[in-house]
Each structure stands twice: as structure tokens, then as C-alpha cells.
Design a protein around this ligand. Structure first.
Ligand code: TPP
Ligand code: MG
Length: 366
């Protein structure tokens, strides 16, 4: 029997619509209406300004830690815009902009990074999951939720985010294997920002792309320019429609870049070449989209000014609400481990309480 090449059925595409020089491929332009385009820009700008505010707040000691988004705005906004409210969105830990679009109050997002567990509680009526810090641990939930939609006979879909580093985790593999076999209505978005803290993308896999991993799970894969909001939007929209129609999951690799540090506890100058960052600064998704909108006559200086004012107000209200909710009771450290506290801890708690009162560190009503 002669050796033969095996034909792989999986579809694997690459999509870019608005390139880094601002050139749009007219044949691929989804030609969205002005309001939709403007909303996209508003959300990308909101993400950028929220990110800057959170980074500043961390540096001022007003929140504990933070994982910046800078550079990845198009990936998350382009992806979630096509979801319905009843669809599910499962974040990793760098998707605050997408969460604002999904209806999360800004104050709640700040609470999480401020270290308050209230920041993990998903607001009523929003079909999202809280931030998942353990890398890729959210992936089985993406598949599970999508499977539940299928079992219930609903046409809702689930979209989940994971990083390039997350693709090396067992959870990623298990989630995609199961999703392929059971043909669940899921959209897996890899925000490939080229780095997993100090580990470059080339150390995550010997594959040329992350999108091609789809073939191993028997599902479709697509690589998109993650800094091109139109390309991300189109790819996500197609994947959402496909999932909704019962035609199974899709793996989307959004090629983007983390322009800032991994988190506020990291110094990327220790492990990456500043020239690489400079190269990616030129591919910043915001100015590129802004240029396109100006050419289309959807955006001008005055509109941008108005957006900046709105966003400033939104963020100020969020920060004020967060700071007002921030009355710290240090005794909470005893609160959440046991339902019935062991006697030795009970004694410690009482002693701690007395000490705090002695030092005047508790408000009268506490
Ligand atoms: C299971 C697990 N291992 C290690 C870590 C520490 N850690 C936090 S983020 C991160 C890198 C994640 O990289 P990637 O998936 O590419 O996401 P990115 O941070 O680039 O958005 C690591 C190793 C963790 N949070 N969870
Ligand atoms: Mg990464």
C-alpha cells in the first residue's frame, strides 16, 4: 500500500481588513453603519482610558495590582460586540473593556483589582464569569456552558478568552477536545499578545500559528489581525453565527501585542527588546481605526472631544463609587474560611478586636 498524505478537513484562514498603514481592503470591509462604528470606537477608547486610570491608581497605592490591556483593545471589543446579552462571555484577566461593554459597573472592575472579593461577584443579569487568574482554568467552563446551551436547546453561544500562554495548559486541550467532539456552540478567542509574562510565544508551541491547533480538535480555526477591530469583529461574528446555527465551535487566534508590563509587579525591560515594543506601537489599534473613521466621515475632533468627556465622567463616577465602598474591616480576614470558627481562632479574633479598639482603628459602628 503506498504512503498517502492525509487530507485534513479543518478550515484554517487568515484575516486582515484594515492594515497597519490604515489601508482598508474594500472587498472585505463589513461596511458597518456609522453608529455601530462610533460605538466600537467609544468602547476602544473607554478601554484605553480605563486601563490608564487603573495603572495610575495602582501606582498611587489606591488598588493592589493590575494587569494592563494597552494594545489589546481591538481584540476584546471586536470579539464581544457580536454577542447577544443572553450569550455567555468568559473572561481571562485582561478583558475589563469587554466587561464594560457587557454591562459591568466600572466600580466593580476596580474592586477586583483593589483586592475586594466583591469584585468577583458578577452583577445581576449579566451572563459572564468573574476574572480567572489561574491560567486557562476558565476554558472548561466555556465548553461546559456552551454544552449546557445545546442540551437546553437554546440558541445562545459562549465566548471564552485565553492567552497565548494559556494554550499550553491542559485545561485548554481538554476544553477544545470536548468542544469539538460534542460540537458545542463555543467561540474560543486566543488573545495572542506574544508574551506570557517573560516567556515568548515561540516557547509556547513549535507550531507556526496558534490557530492551526484547531485542526487537532477537528474544528475550524482562523488567525486574525488582533489590532484590526474590523477583522476581529468579522471573524467573531461569523463564528458566533455558525455556533448559533448548530455548526460547532471555532478557534480564533487574534494576533496582538501587550504594549505594557505583564502586571504592575513586572518589569518587561528585563526580558524584551524595546525595539520590539516600538514596532508594535506603530500597530496600535486605536489610531488605525481612528484614521479609518475620519476617512469615512464618522469621526472628527469635536466627536472625539465629546467622547473623552463622557469617558472621563464614567470613570470618575466609577472611581468615586469604589472609594466610597472601601471601608476596610481588618477583622474580615477571619471571616471567610470557616462557617463555624474553631475556638482558637475565635479567641484570636476577640483579641484582635480588642487591640483594634484600643488603637482606635475601628469606626464606632464597627
Ligand atoms: C495555572 C497558573 N500558572 C501560572 C500562573 C502565573 N501566571 C499568571 S499570568 C501568566 C502568563 C499568562 O500568559 P498568557 O496566557 O499569554 O496571558 P497574558 O498574561 O499574556 O494575557 C502566568 C504564568 C497562574 N496565574 N496560573
Ligand atoms: Mg500572552
Amino acid at each position: 500500500v503506498p504512503r498517502k498524505n492525509i487530507k485534513i478537513e479543518t478550515k484554517l484562514e487568515k484575516l486582515s481588513i484594515l492594515d497597519e498603514h490604515g489601508q482598508v481592503d474594500e472587498s472585505l470591509d463589513p461596511k458597518l453603519d456609522g453608529d455601530k462604528l462610533l460605538y466600537m470606537y467609544r468602547m476602544m477608547l473607554t478601554t484605553r482610558r480605563l486601563d490608564e486610570r487603573l495603572l495610575n491608581m495602582q501606582r498611587q497605592g489606591r488598588i493592589g495590582t493590575y494587569a494592563p490591556i494597552r494594545g489589546q483593545e481591538a481584540t476584546q471589543i471586536g470579539a464581544v460586540l457580536g454577542l447577544r446579552k443572553s450569550d455567555w462571555f468568559i473572561q481571562a484577566f485582561r478583558e475589563a473593556g469587554a466587561c464594560v461593554h457587557r454591562g459591568w459597573p466600572v466600580s466593580k472592575i476596580i474592586q477586583f483589582w483593589g483586592g475586594y472579593e466583591e469584585g468577583c461577584a458578577v452583577p445581576e443579569g449579566i451572563n459572564d464569569a468573574p476574572i480567572a487568574v489561574p491560567v486557562a482554568s476558565q476554558m472548561p467552563h466555556v465548553t461546559g456552558l456552551a454544552w449546557a446551551m445545546k442540551i437546553k436547546g437554546k440558541d445562545d453561544v459562549t465566548m471564552g478568552f485565553v492567552g497565548d500562554g494559556g494554550t499550553s495548559e491542559g485545561d485548554f486541550h481538554e476544553a477544545l477536545t470536548f468542544a469539538g467532539v460534542f460540537k458545542v456552540p463555543a467561540i474560543f478567542v486566543i488573545a495572542n499578545n506574544q508574551w506570557a509574562i517573560s516567556i515568548p510565544r515561540t516557547r509556547q508551541t513549535a507550531c507556526r500559528t496558534l490557530a492551526q491547533k484547531a485542526a487537532g480538535y477537528g474544528i475550524d480555526g482562523i488567525q486574525v489581525d488582533g489590532n484590526d477591530v474590523l477583522a476581529v469583529y468579522v471573524a467573531a461574528q461569523e463564528a458566533i453565527e455558525k455556533a448559533r446555527a448548530g455548526r460547532g465551535p471555532t478557534l480564533i487566534e487574534a494576533v496582538t501585542y501587550r504594549l505594557a508590563m505583564h502586571t504592575t509587579a513586572d518589569d518587561p525591560t528585563k526580558y524584551r527588546d524595546p525595539k520590539e515594543v516600538e514596532k508594535w506601537e506603530k500597530r496600535d489599534p486605536l489610531p488605525r481605526f481612528e484614521g479609518y473613521l475620519r476617512k469615512r466621515g464618522v469621526l472628527d475632533d469635536k466627536t472625539i472631544e465629546g467622547l473623552e468627556t463622557d469617558i472621563k465622567e464614567l470613570l470618575k463616577a466609577g472611581v468615586d463609587e469604589y472609594e466610597a465602598s472601601r471601608e476596610v474591616d481588618p477583622r474580615d480576614c477571619f471571616k471567610f474560611l470557616y462557617n463555624d470558627m474553631p475556638p482558637e481562632l475565635e479567641a484570636q479574633r476577640a483579641e484582635f478586636d480588642l487591640a483594634l479598639r484600643r488603637e482606635g482603628l475601628l469606626a464606632d459602628h464597627q
